[in-house]
Each structure stands twice: as structure tokens, then as C-alpha cells.
Design a protein around this ligand. Structure first.
Ligand code: S3P
Length: 446
């Protein structure tokens, strides 16, 4: 990231039209690299997300012995070290802004005979790591960490690690995946019990690499059993577009009058599509076209046409299936007719920023009536009237959070006089090409 913040004003040029692709799925990209690193031999990944978060995972795996490069078609090629084969890194592993890199790699290191130091940027260094330290300690790893369980910290892996049965106290795919990755080099069967369903990319992909992963429903909970001392076969993969990135141009098209946009090749894994379901309930004209399977993940082209939206009460149990999409839902709610009420969102306070606070503050600056509660927001929408921001409105604080930056970019397209965000750099975390894509779709000027 360049050293100084880069502010930018976004305002609508007119209806959005045409088609575009969003970059590869962030969650799937991290997992594709990590599991390839655990296979012996060469795996090829097409469509990998080339963003700062994913490059943090590449660099860490490289420093622990995997060879990672690109072929002449731009596909990524990983020569893995095999389960149990990670090498001692010589320097600290810099996770940048990436919670997924930090938590998944802590799991991987926990059952290897190495010690690794994890560091991160000021946003990541505020985020809770106790949620992975606790189960990984039960598996035998130890941690040098200051009180508060934040980065920087040191993981001392344990060989052989101990298989555990662990019920997730927070609905977190990162915690689930950290345990599953530690389980790969642990003798016996490790079980993770998931009371609330979270994204299941790790389960799907591990099966593709030939690992033994059993999934059972017991009393309404999901029990995931990973057989350890696994041998992973190298595997070629294609990464679908990220639904969490597609959400931004799609919501923009719903909000800008006259728009009709097609976002192609988007993952529609049901553990990720909560936002699209809620938007449809709000009256969005959002349709899946050309549904297909890509390497074990469902994919579609998604069309959005400008729609009049109605406020809604969002059921809290859908939250894990749209956890990254609340910031952009709040922008849609600000343009809807009537109130949108969200609850059960305590986890949003532990993302790249406190997303409830950051969104409430920014929307209030744009004149949106918003009530912030400890676990959610209540937003009274404008009924389609443009948001009020103008050149006198202070810049919206993006707080090193890509999704806050992109949400207020979309708010700018739905505003009367444009919205200025204080920094576009965080978009590089997951969607570096977002502003140029908006230019291509006719949303903003070049
Ligand atoms: C992710 C899980 C979610 C999500 C993050 C990516 C993953 O985090 O917010 O962007 O790839 O497993 P939590 O596990 O903290 O909910």
C-alpha cells in the first residue's frame, strides 16, 4: 500500500449497463493456496484473487517452503511440501490486513514442528485471536502472546498434536478452518461442531484434495470430522468470482435508476448468498442466469436491474451466510422505503473495523436516520430519494476496511452530490479493480 491515504469522490454518471466479472473468491483463494501447499507435487489454480490479503498467504507459504509462481497464462502454480512438511520460517509472517490468512495459517502451523511469529497491520492487530488460540492450545500448540490475545503473537507448533472435539462458540468459518487445517497433521479424528452453519469451502475443497472429511447433522448441528495424517493429492482448481465482491456492483445497479447489469461467473454457494436472498425479499430484481458447477462450487451469472426496495427485519440466523455483506446491505436499506432492522450482529464489531460503528457514523453524515444498538442498526430509508452528501460533508472514514470503502463508494452513486471517502487504498484487500469496473459499467466517469 502507498504511504499516504488516497481520498476520492464518487458520484453517479447515470444508469449502469453491460457485463463484468469480479475477481476470484477471497475465501476460496486462501484455501486453494494453503491446501496446495499441503499436497506433495504441483497444483494449478485458475482465477486466484490477486489482492493484498491473498498475497500475504502466498508470501507466508513461500517462507515455509512451498514454491509458488505463475505460468504463462497467469494461472498460479504451487509445489507443495506435503502435510507435516512446513519449514521453519526465518522471519515473521506478515499477515497485513488479512484475518483469514492469520487464523488459517495459525491452524496450519499449530500441528507442525515449527515456531512462527505472526504480525499484521494496525487493523488486524486489534482483532481477537483468542478464538483460535483456545482450540489450538487444546490440540497441544502453545502461544506467546500479550494479554488481550492480539497480534503480534508467536505460535509454537506441537508434533504430534492431539485430536479434539470442539463446539464453535462463535459462528466463524475461520476458526472452523483453523482447526480443520491443524487436524490434517494430527493423528486420529478431529471433530468440529457447528451450531450455526458458516461457509463450507474448506470442507468442499479438502474432499477435492482426497482428504477424509465426514459431515453429519446431529440435533440440528453440523459435525465435521477430519481424519488426520492425511495425504493430499495435488489438484487443479478454478476459483469462481467472489459473491462478496459482486455484491457492490449489484447493489449499485439496484440503486441507480435505469440500470441493468450482469455480473458473470459468481459463486452462489448457499453459505454465502444470504444478501441476495434478503435483497429479493426487499423487492430487488436480482436473477441467477446460467447456473452451473465449477470444481465443486455452484456458480451463476447474476443480473441486477434498478428496483424500488422496501425495508425489512433481517432474521439474525441468516447473519453467518452474509456476514461480510452487512455494510452494503445498510446502504441498500438507506434507499429503501421504510425501516430495516438488523440484530445479532455483535461479530461485525470484530471485522477489519467495527463495521456497525463505521457504517452508522458514515450514513449519519449522509443524513440517513440510523440508530446504532450494541448488536445491530435500525435504518430508516429514503424511499428512493438520493442521499444528501455534498462537498461540505466531511470525508467518510474508511478505517482501513475495504468493505466500508466500497459501501460508501456505492452510497456515492446513490447520492445527490457525491460522497468522498478518505482513502481508496483498502479496496486492494479484496477488490483492487472496483473503481475501474465501475467506470466500465458506466457508473462513474473515467
Ligand atoms: C472468512 C470467514 C469470515 C469472513 C471473512 C472470510 C473465511 O470471517 O468475515 O471475510 O474465509 O473463512 P469469520 O470466520 O471471522 O466470521
Amino acid at each position: 500500500m502507498s504511504e499516504k491515504p488516497i481520498p476520492r469522490t464518487f458520484e453517479s454518471l447515470g444508469p449502469m449497463s453491460g457485463y463484468a466479472r469480479v475477481p476470484g473468491d477471497k475465501s476460496i483463494s486462501h484455501r486453494a493456496l494453503i491446501l496446495s501447499a499441503m499436497a506433495v507435487g504441483e497444483s494449478r489454480i485458475e482465477g486466484l484473487l490477486e489482492s493484498e490479503d491473498v498475497i500475504a498467504t502466498v508470501a507466508a507459504l513461500w517462507s515455509m517452503g512451498s514454491q509458488i509462481g505463475q505460468d504463462s497464462n497467469g494461472n498460479w502454480v504451487v509445489n507443495g511440501v506435503g502435510v507435516g512438511g512446513l519449514l521453519q520460517p526465518e522471519t515473521a509472517l506478515d499477515m497485513g490486513n488479512s484475518g483469514t490468512s492469520a487464523r488459517l495459517l495459525m491452524g496450519l502451523v499449530a500441528s507442525h514442528a515449527i515456531t512462527a511469529t505472526f504480525i499484521g497491520d494496525p487493523s488486524l492487530s486489534k482483532r481477537p485471536m483468542g478464538r483460535v488460540i483456545e482450540p489450538l492450545s487444546k490440540m497441544g500448540a502453545s502461544f506467546s502472546v500479550t494479554p488481550g490475545d492480539r497480534l503480534p503473537l508467536m505460535v509454537h507448533g506441537r508434533v504430534p498434536a492431539v485430536p479434539i472435539e470442539y463446539r464453535l462458540p462463535v459462528a466463524s468459518a475461520q476458526v472452523k478452518s483453523a482447526i480443520m487445517l491443524a487436524a490434517l497433521n494430527t493423528p486420529g479424528i478431529t471433530r468440529v461442531i457447528e451450531p450455526e452453519r458458516t461457509r463450507d469451502h474448506s470442507e468442499r475443497m479438502l474432499a477435492g484434495f482426497g482428504a477424509e472429511v465426514g459431515i453429519e447433522e446431529v440435533d440440528g448441528e453440523r459435525v465435521i470430522a477430519v481424519t488426520g495424517e492425511a495425504e493430499l493429492r495435488p489438484h487443479n482448481m478454478s476459483v469462481p468470482g467472489d459473491p462478496s465482491s459482486a455484491a457492490f456492483p449489484l447493489v449499485a445497479a439496484l440503486l441507480v435508476p435505469g440500470s441493468n447489469v450482469l455480473i458473470q461467473h459468481v459463486g452462489i454457494n448457499p453459505t454465502r448468498t444470504g444478501l441476495f436472498e434478503i435483497l429479493r425479499e426487499m423487492g430487488a430484481d436480482l436473477t441467477y442466469e446460467n447456473e452451473r458447477d465449477v470444481g465443486g462450487e455452484p456458480v451463476a451469472d447474476i443480473r441486477a436491474r434498478h428496483s424500488a426496495l422496501t425495508g425489512i427485519e433481517v432474521p439474525p440466523d441468516i447473519a453467518p451466510r452474509m456476514i461480510d455483506e452487512f455494510p452494503i446491505l445498510f446502504v441498500a436499506a438507506a434507499l429503501a422505503d421504510g425501516q430495516t432492522v438488523t440484530r445479532g450482529l455483535d461479530e461485525l464489531r470484530h471485522k477489519e473495523s467495527d463495521r456497525l460503528a463505521a457504517m452508522a457514523r458514515g450514513l449519519a453524515q449522509l443524513g440517513v436516520p440510523v440508530e446504532e444498538r450494541p448488536d445491530g442498526l435500525t435504518i430508516t430509508g429514503s424511499g428512493g430519494e438520493k442521499l444528501k452528501g455534498d462537498y461540505a460533508t466531511p470525508h467518510i472514514a474508511t478505517e482501513l476496511d475495504h468493505r466500508i470503502a466500497m459501501s460508501f463508494t456505492v452510497a456515492g452513486l446513490a447520492s445527490a452530490h457525491g460522497v468522498t471517502i478518505d482513502d481508496i487504498r483498502p479496496m486492494a484487500t479484496s477488490f483492487p479493480s472496483f473503481p475501474p469496473m465501475l467506470e466500465d459499467l458506466g457508473a462513474i466517469g473515467r
